[in-house]
Write a protein that binds this ligand. Sequence first.
Ligand code: SAM
Length: 284
Amino acid sequence: MKTDAFKFFNKEYSIDEYTELYKKIRLDIRYPANVKRLEIFINLLKKHKPKKIIDAGCGAGMPLIQIKKKGFNIYGYDKAKNMVLEAQQNLKKNKLSTDLIFYDDFEKPKKIKDNSMDCILGMGAFFYTRNFKKTILNQKSKLKKNGRLIFSLRNRLFDVATLNNYTKNFLDKIYEVKYLKKEWKKKYENLTKNFSDRKKYKLKNIDEEGVVSLVHNPLTITNEMLELGLKCEGIYFYHYHPLPPVFENFDQLYFRKISWKMENPTDWRGFLLASGFVVDCKKI
Ligand SMILES: C[S@@+](CC[C@H](N)C(=O)[O-])C[C@H]1O[C@@H](n2cnc3c(N)ncnc32)[C@H](O)[C@@H]1O
């Protein structure tokens, strides 16, 4: 049984990490994918100018603080109690009211009135759910008509370009390898056997940590959202990989430098080379 994300993020090392992530860009320390993501969100907020914003799954509150400092009226919540405590410390350090961040659950938010919000943000949040559809519908019910739901997702198509065990799983599914006749299955296995196995390297991702987390297809997300009563008006890519991720093990700094140069939210290569994307939707 997989671990609920809020339990995973309640741990001490996640909490420190989520305060540190947004400090100075230092490619030698970490890849600033979240900084890029936040830039995309801030640009969309500047474009839409919503009056009242909620940051669902706000973590340690650093993105919320930056958005608040730009003059937006924003509140946030998280289900990990330690994240809420850390966020409140971060608010204090920035001389902001600790009431801006509270405890709630994006799978069934209790403290937000229906039809009351102009904008809901989910930065690295809504894919950490066991029931994506229900989570999105619950956000929609909190939005006013024409309100915006802006959230990030993990890119399922990125699996094609990673040339590792994720690629193998992805291709096995789309080629329906399990139904192939025996000799062809063998030929196919021969073709794909040299894809690198992430397990050989020490950095673990959220799947390998056994945390509940979903991936989505940027080619089908617009229709998926429409079925839920949300019109998707833009898709923006971030966390580009200029080569399969295994190359990061060979020269991490160089890999990060060329990745950072490549970041461009509207480059079509993002469909395959970016591990994340932001969806900008309107309640219809
Ligand atoms: C990857 S972190 C992102 C934090 C923050 N949005 C950021 O961008 O820095 C995901 C956050 O979602 C929170 N979370 C997970 N499930 C949740 C739920 N059902 N309701 C509210 N928050 C949740 C976690 O506790 C964690 O703080």
